[in-house]
Design a protein around this ligand. Sequence first.
Ligand SMILES: [Zn+2]
Length: 172
Amino acid sequence: MNSTTPPTDPAKVLQAGYPTVDIANALKIVRPNLGNDAGVALFRLLRLVAIEDILGRGASAMAYYAGKKLGKELGIVKLEDFLGLCATLKIGIIEVPVLAKDKVHVDVYECVTCSGLQPVGRPLCHFEGGLIAGVVEHVTQRRTQAVEVTCIGGLGDRSCGFDLELQGELIK
Ligand SMILES: [Zn+2]
């Protein structure tokens, strides 16, 4: 692209001249008295109350794509490393009861977003679904989509369950 061509990617247009925080910088945590952990409540208030209040229905798609982008950018190359990350970040207790060539099912117990909520009648964990899809896509190099089919706090299920469908290879 030559310098006179305006960027057409909406994300690049929005970010032009706007300093962003990358993953490595966000994870530089210096809190000598409070440490690395913050409460689940803070995350939920941001994810389920504040963002939904502003974006409404659009919050689900935003959370999914944010999770997916992050999942790809983490640079994870082995699924075991993702399970380790989930344990470190306390996203939930992860089980993978189906791991086939084209289909994967992931169950998240004690989900950070929703476990314990009074069911609201719709799935809530689009961020987690996107994150899982992004990681699987990066690991397998195949286009991956996740659909949340059960949800603890959204639908009253035992786990937040995600069906992942693996499609064609990513075009490089
Ligand atoms: Zn859920």
